[in-house]
Design a protein around this ligand. Structure first.
Ligand SMILES: N[C@@H](CCC(=O)N[C@@H](CS)C(=O)NCC(=O)O)C(=O)O
Length: 201
């Protein structure tokens, strides 16, 4: 059974949501970052970065929320969280999976720190454009790939939920609200939120 190392109130939310969407059994290993559990020698063998989320699957270990999305979606194809190889939706799937850590994350850091960067040199351009591009992609919906919900929605919506609803760093927009409401209506999202909020382990 896969082991998910997680902490409440952290980026582990996306991995909890992902595992809940698969419908497969998994073991949650509470690694409370408020107690320093992520810096123990034992945990550093799983993720040398000393950060959650991290995943162990037999001999395989990995971290980075989007990589975990890609890995789990491939391991459980029956959950239909990724378009199969050769499917034309795969281009968009990969694009959004990488857009989450490549553009949304640094845009949020830029907003939080107010660091000025030349948008030509910054890989994410500028924060305004990141959220404009995402808004345009969400106009149609219901999901990033159209009718098919995927692990890319988990990666993107988790970041957007932090930015818009939890930390209110980014002003909401109607397309964001509609999208986040759809995500929050998913039973797997709600179960993940019970863990992430600290209500359940
Ligand atoms: N790039 C990582 C970021 C993971 C991350 O920063 N996790 C934070 C919690 S939100 C953490 O574990 N912080 C504890 C620490 O750095 O000691 C990912 O996308 O998974």
């Amino acid at each position: 059974m896969m082991k998910l190392y997680w902490s409440p109130r952290s980026r582990s939310f996306s991995s909890l949501w992902l595992m809940e969407e698969t419908g497969q059994p998994y073991e949650r290993v509470l690694t409370d970052i408020s107690t320093g559990a992520q810096k123990t020698l034992e945990f550093l063998t799983v993720n040398p970065m000393g950060k959650v989320p991290a995943l162990q699957d037999g001999e395989a270990t990995l971290a980075e929320a989007s990589a975990i999305c890609a890995y789990v979606a491939e391991r459980y194809p029956e959950a239909k969280l990724a378009p199969p190889l050769g499917d034309s939706h795969r281009a968009k799937y990969l694009y959004w999976l990488f857009f989450a850590p490549g553009c949304i994350e640094p845009a949020m850091v830029q907003i939080a720190t107010k660091i000025e960067m030349n948008p030509v040199a910054a890989g994410w351009g500028d924060a305004q454009r990141v959220f404009d591009v995402l808004e345009a992609a969400l106009e149609e919906g219901p999901w990033l790939l159209g009718e098919q919900f995927s692990a890319a929605d988990i990666a993107i919506a988790s970041g957007l939920n932090f930015a818009v609803r939890l930390f209110k760093m980014v002003p909401s927009r109607p397309a964001f609200d509609r999208y986040l409401d759809r995500c929050q209506a998913r039973p797997a999202f709600q179960r993940a939120q019970e863990f992430a909020s600290g209500e359940k382990t």
